[in-house]
Design a protein around this ligand. Structure first.
Ligand code: AMP
Length: 215
């Protein structure tokens, strides 16, 4: 079992790489962003509570996301956990360390995906995903097939995130630099940090990840 954290600003490519690792290594993707969006879609109290915060691009409380992660750590019958978009604060990192210890799990690597801000704006504002299978598309670099059907599953459900616009992105980036980037130092000090160039092609990033994960 290999457990990793994907660290990087919004649009760095964490979700794309996580999806690949799920398919290729039977790993489980724990994306707190996806969990929170699901809570909104299913109309739970918590979902309603966080909707406005997320649309604006601010972070929801540590307590909520730590609770979501705790629930998911019980099942360990797979290739390992990919923490995607969690932890995002030092308090969350401390909580994760405690939770992993309780479950007798270890953290194998924290992979920082480095991308500059200009590239993020372009990536985020053109992004869409398939509602059927989660495949990620981009208006310029990977547009939807002409017939409007997802190349992976055939669904026609094109989804765009409410927070994938320039205004929210500015707030999301500020939140990242203020609250999440200190985790780079935190994991460096623990000897867990690995860095890769998130601007390289998807295939190149995959290879770097495989190397980091000891393949
Ligand atoms: P993401 O899909 O990872 O970009 O997350 C989308 C939004 O969900 C973020 O902008 C936050 O509002 C919220 N969110 C996701 N994960 C966390 C987290 N670990 N801590 C706080 N807020 C989060």
């Amino acid at each position: 079992m290999t457990n990793i954290i994907l660290l990087g600003p919004p649009g760095a490519g964490k979700g794309t790489q996580a999806r690949y690792l799920v398919e290729s290594r039977r790993m489980v993707q724990l994306s707190t962003g996806d969990m929170l969006r699901e809570a909104q879609t299913s109309g739970t109290e918590m979902g309603k509570k966080v909707a406005a915060i997320m649309a604006e691009g601010k972070l929801v409380t540590d307590q909520i996301v730590i609770g979501l992660i705790r629930e998911k750590l019980q099942d360990t019958s797979h290739g390992g956990f990919i923490f995607d978009g969690f932890p995002r604060t030092l308090a969350q990192a401390d909580a994760l360390e405690r939770l992993l210890r309780e479950m007798h799990l270890k953290l194998d690597a924290v992979i920082e995906m480095q991308v500059d801000d200009d590239a993020l704006v372009a990536r985020i504002t053109g992004r869409s995903t398939c509602g059927g299978c989660g495949e990620v598309y981009h208006d310029q670099t990977k547009p939807w097939p002409e017939d409007g059907k997802c190349a992976n599953c055939g669904s026609t459900d094109v989804q765009r995130r409410a927070d994938d616009n320039e205004d929210s992105l500015k707030t999301r980036l500020m939140e990242y630099y203020k609250k999440t980037s200190p985790l780079i130092g935190y994991y460096y000090a623990k000897g867990n940090l690995q860095r890769l160039d998130g601007l390289a092609s998807i295939e190149e990033v995959r290879k770097s990840m495989a190397w980091i994960m000891g393949e």
